[in-house]
Design a protein around this ligand. Structure first.
Ligand code: COA
Length: 259
C-alpha cells in the first residue's frame, strides 16, 4: 500500500516503520507524503490508541532528509521543503495519541527531528543521534532548533547543532533526549510493552494529559496551570474516571470504555 512505509497493528498499537534501508531510511519527499497520509488515517482510527515509529533494518532509524533532494534546493523551494517537514512532524506531535519513537540506529538530522516530534523516545544500544546539518551548510529545518532546545537545554542543543557531531545512545540518555536504552533485539518488544501499557489506560485521560504537556512551551506557568485545571475538570466528567476510582476502591482492575 505504501512504497516507503510498513504498517503493522498489534492490538491497539500501530507500528509505523520507515522502510528505505538501502538509503538508511532517509526521508525523501515521497516518504513524507506517505507519513502524512498514514498519520492522518491513524488520527481518525478509533481502534488505534498508541503509535510506535521505527526504522527498517538494524542500522538506521532515519539518517535524515534525503540529501539528493536537499542538494537541489534554493531559497523558495527550501522554504517549501522545510514547511512540508514541519507539517508532517506537527501532525505527529499533535496527533492526540501518544507516539513513541523506537530509535533503532542512526537518527540524524530529520531523523533526530522525527524522534523529537514523538512524545517518548526509546533507543537501541547502537543508536546514534545528531544534527549534522551544518556539515552540509544548512541548519536543521524540520524543527530541530526548536524542539531539541526545549527538550534538553539551550547550551547542550547549541553544542549539538553548532558542532554537527554525532553522539551515542548513552549520551542521548544522559542529556535527557531518550527515556530508556535497550539491546537492539529487544527494542520493539519493549516499545510494544510500553505502548500496550499506555493503551490500557482511560484514553480520555491520556488525551488530556498530552494536551496539557503540549502547551508547556507555549504559555506562561499560570496559564498552563489554569489549562491543567480545565482539563482535570473535564477528566472528572468522564465515565472512565468513575470506573478508575471505583475499581481502585473495589480492589480490582479498571475496565475502561474510553468514554
Ligand atoms: N540522504 C540520502 N541518502 C542517504 C542519506 C541521506 N540522508 N544517508 C545515507 N544515505 C545513503 C547513502 O548515500 C548510501 O547510498 P548508496 O549506497 O546509494 O551510495 C546509503 O544510504 C548507505 O549510506 P553510507 O553512507 O554508505 O553508509 P555508512 O555506514 O558509511 O554511513 C551514515 C552511515 C548514516 C553515517 C552516513 O550515511 C551519513 O552520514 N548520512 C548522512 C547523514 C546526514 O547528514 N543527515 C542529515 C541530512 S539533513
Amino acid at each position: 500500500m505504501f512504497k516507503n512505509l510498513l504498517y503493522n497493528i498489534n492490538g491497539k498499537v500501530a507500528i509505523v516503520t520507515i522502510n528505505r534501508p538501502d538509503k538508511m531510511n532517509a526521508l525523501n519527499s515521497e516518504t513524507l507524503d506517505e507519513l502524512k497520509s498514514l498519520f492522518l488515517r491513524i488520527k481518525e482510527d478509533e481502534n488505534i490508541f498508541v503509535v510506535i515509529v521505527t526504522g527498517s533494518g538494524e542500522r538506521a532509524f532515519v539518517a535524515g532528509a534525503d540529501i539528493s533532494e536537499l542538494n537541489k534546493l534554493d531559497v523558495i523551494s527550501g522554504k517549501e521543503f522545510s514547511e512540508k517537514g514541519h507539517e508532517v512532524f506537527n501532525l505527529i506531535e499533535d496527533l492526540g495519541k501518544p507516539v513513541i519513537a523506537a530509535v533503532n540506529g542512526f537518527a540524524l538530522g530529520g531523523g533526530c527531528e522525527l524522534a523529537l516530534a514523538c512524545h517518548i523516545r526509546l533507543a537501541s544500544e547502537n543508536a546514534k543521534f545528531g544534527q549534522p546539518e551544518v556539515n552540509l551548510g544548512i541548519i536543521p529545518g524540520y524543527g530541530g532548533t526548536q524542539r531539541l532546545t526545549r527538550l534538553i537545554n539551550t547550551g547542550r542543543a547549541a553544542e549539538i547543532i553548532l558542532t554537527g557531531t554525532n553522539f551515542d545512545a548513552n549520551e542521548a540518555y544522559r542529556i535527557g533526549l531518550v527515556n530508556k536504552i535497550f539491546p537492539q533485539t529487544e527494542l520493539i518488544a519493549k516499545a510494544i510493552d510500553l505502548a500496550t501499557g499506555i493503551a490500557s489506560k482511560g484514553q480520555n485521560a491520556i488525551r488530556y494529559s498530552l494536551k496539557a504537556i503540549r502547551r508547556v512551551n507555549e504559555i506562561s506557568l499560570q496559564d498552563g496551570l489554569n489549562y491543567e485545571i480545565s482539563l482535570f475538570a473535564l477528566s472528572c466528567g468522564t465515565e472512565d474516571f468513575k470506573e478508575g476510582t471505583k475499581a481502585f476502591l473495589e480492589k480490582r482492575k479498571p475496565d475502561f470504555r474510553n468514554k
